[in-house]
Ligand binder design. Structure first.
Ligand SMILES: [Zn+2]
Length: 170
């Protein structure tokens, strides 16, 4: 078993305990891969991510309801979309739409080993509002982001600013 799947398995084992203990007011989604698709993505990353950023579209996934407040999202199909520059893909927003024009989740690569989303990544992900998005920074390392969580932080920040303009200013 790979390190990543051990990590996911451990997380899946722990999350019901965490979720029930803390009663999170939202559903936690753990993103996982159909095994063949995980290997395909790892090979694809190794083959070209060092040269330039690559954008992938997640075309299909299955949501498994694990327990109250916990879902496992299994990615079953990913398509390579475009390659960008060394450091950036311009205008992710218009890419990765399905036949009905609905925006699909994206995965884009960072070749420097740092999966942290850039400010423009966060804006693009929040604006597109897909169910989830990933930043991949190694053949088996992906940080998953959720547009609704970015929006929630933004709204919370705006509310603070409105309630207390003096303390929330930069
Ligand atoms: Zn990025």
């Amino acid at each position: 078993m790979s390190r990543v799947s051990v990590g996911v398995t451990t997380l899946l084992a722990l999350l019901p305990i965490i979720a029930s203990a803390q009663s999170l007011p939202f559903t936690v989604a753990v993103i996982d891969w159909q095994p063949d698709e995980r290997e395909r993505q790892a090979r694809s990353y190794r083959s070209e991510a060092a040269e330039h950023e690559v954008l992938y579209c997640v075309e299909s996934w299955v949501v498994h309801h694990i327990s109250e407040g916990l879902d496992r999202i299994e990615i079953t199909s990913v398509r390579r979309d475009v390659a960008g520059g060394k450091r950036a893909i311009r205008d992710i927003g218009s890419h990765c739409a399905d036949r009905d024009g609905k925006l699909l989740p994206t995965i884009h690569t960072h070749s420097d080993g740092n999966c942290q989303p850039s400010p423009s990544d966060l804006v693009a992900i929040a604006t597109r509002a897909a169910p989830f998005d990933g930043v991949q920074c190694g053949d088996r390392y992906v940080v998953w982001l959720f547009a609704w969580q970015i929006s929630a932080v933004f709204e919370f920040r705006e509310r603070l600013r409105w309630q207390s303009p003096d303390t929330s200013s930069r």
